[in-house]
Design a binder for this molecule. Structure first.
Ligand code: 5AD
Ligand code: SF4
Length: 456
């Protein structure tokens, strides 16, 4: 699968920039900000790498497959450039593969001009200028003392109806399978004033839904105007007062940081969507301990119960890893049992992938690939059935849908329900509105419906 291409009108810029993005929503945000940063240098987004003067690959290192894609894409880009006569485009590798591999990338692929980590990309304009002048490549994978957020331009291209807003970055949890604490660095929280300022700007530029982002978003404890550390629940209450904000989400949260205040926000704040992505990874106490998750299966189920009490219609999604080192058939049964107990609206599941430098990569009892594949199939079939049943349960009911894009066919609009379901309806209105929709049919991946009155 290819990364997602960021595409927008070139808007009269003299140089062309193509950005390919893999991985999480934070990477999507970072790609948009890189485009904002490079606009003053005359770069406008173009839809194809073949036309570009600069190609940025914003990469993901979470599993081996994700990281491998970067190198095959680089190989493809280089081959295409060699076939074409004329000036060579600059190539930059950003994101978590850049952070993890650093100068190694240039050793393997010397045609790469720039390597920049996720905490240093505010320096991209200067790096690109240097790379244009000098041969030999420019690498920056430092964790600078300054926060990149203080150096990103205030101006930004419109982000659409549904916008991401990072409030927290990095991770101190050190789950034994995960590269994030090494690639994104230590947990850091942005202050309330900066977040509110960015939220206001997003709303002025047409956003109606904001998703607060963080690798551990509910560990956010940014400084409030009172000089004290606020909780995410308090920030959500503050943001709910913003004019024009119809819907608020946050992702990705960690069970350990799901405090009483955030749970109460689900009861009290009508704009807060009744949908939480709460990764559990495994249902086995033994494996959760080996993963260093810091919670048991019972703790997790207790949180789900408290959230359901606070907001009875709340729905959940999760991440699962199957085949973590030492996982027995019995441990895997515990994972299936937990998934059955929660009954998810949707969930992501992955085969364990050993990542260099993480403690789990060196653990004994690595699970053979055929066993991991069989477990993944079994878990995915359960989760798919749950998702189909969840979606089917809405047929005949009405849901408020934020339509944010055109559908695949003419005269169709595509949006999201409060529970993140994709909803398709017929409408000739430009897709930038919230409306009630009567759901007429459902599949595993989407709902179809008819518009009732427009809500805004
Ligand atoms: N192998 C497989 N899946 C992983 N994830 C993180 N690290 C690994 C790994 N080494 C999954 C987790 C996490 C999601 C973003 O990716 O489920 O929540
Ligand atoms: Fe990785 Fe665990 Fe941190 Fe999530 S909480 S980013 S899985 S180390």
């Amino acid at each position: 699968m290819d990364g997602n291409a960021l595409s927008a009108a070139p808007a009269g810029k003299s140089r062309k920039l193509h950005i390919l993005t893999w991985g999480c929503q934070m990477n999507e945000y970072d790609s948009a900000r890189m485009a904002d940063l490079l606009a003053p240098l005359g770069y406008g987004i173009c839809p194809s790498p073949d036309e570009a003067d600069l190609v940025i690959l914003n990469t993901c290192h979470i599993r081996e497959k994700a990281a491998e894609k970067v190198f095959s894409e680089l190989g493809r880009l280089h081959a295409r450039q060699k076939e074409r006569a004329g000036a060579k485009a600059l190539i930059a590798v950003a994101g978590c593969v850049a952070q993890a591999e650093g100068a190694e990338i240039r050793a393997r692929m010397p045609f790469v001009d720039v390597v920049v980590g996720p905490q240093a990309y505010h320096r991209l304009p200067e790096m690109i200028t240097r790379a244009t002048r000098e041969k030999g490549g420019v690498v920056d994978t430092s964790f600078p003392a300054e926060s990149k957020f203080d150096f990103l331009p205030d101006e930004h291209a419109p982000r659409g109806v549904s916008a991401f807003l990072p409030v927290q970055e990095g991770c101190d949890k050190f789950c034994t399978f995960c590269v994030v604490p090494y690639t994104r660095g230590a947990e850091a929280s942005r202050p309330v004033a900066k977040i509110m300022e960015e939220a206001r700007r997003l709303l002025q530029n047409g956003a109606r839904e904001i998703t607060l982002l963080g690798q551990n978003v509910n560990a956010w404890h940014g400084e409030g105007p009172d000089g004290k550390g606020w909780s995410l629940g308090r920030l959500i209450r503050e943001m709910a007062g913003l004019d024009g904000l119809l819907r608020l989400r946050y992702t990705t949260s960690h069970p350990r940081d799901m405090d009483a205040d955030l749970i109460a926000a689900h009861r009290d704040v009508p704009q807060l969507a009744p949908f939480v992505h709460l990764p559990v990874q495994s249902g086995s106490g033994r494996i959760l301990r080996a993963m260093n998750r810091g919670h048991t299966a019972a703790d997790y189920l207790g949180i789900i119960e408290r959230l359901r009490k606070a907001r009875p219609d709340i729905a959940f999604s999760s991440d699962f890893i199957v085949g973590f080192p030492g996982e027995t058939a019995r441990d895997f049964e515990d994972t299936l049992a937990l998934a059955r107990a929660v009954n998810y609206a949707q969930a992501y599941s992955f085969k364990y992938s050993a990542r260099p430098g993480t403690p789990a990569a060196g653990m004994k009892d690595q699970v053979p690939d055929d066993v991991r594949s069989a477990r993944l199939r079994e878990l995915q079939s359960l989760l798919s059935e749950q998702q189909r049943a969840f979606n089917r349960s809405f047929v005949g009911k009405t849901l408020p849908v934020l339509f944010d894009r055109a559908g695949r066919q003419a005269g169709q609009v595509l949006g999201r329900s409060p529970f993140m379901q994709a909803v398709v309806a017929s409408s000739d209105n430009p897709p930038d509105f919230m409306a009630d929709v009567i759901i007429t049919s459902a599949t595993q991946n989407s709902l179809q419906g008819d518009l009732c009155a427009s809500l805004s």
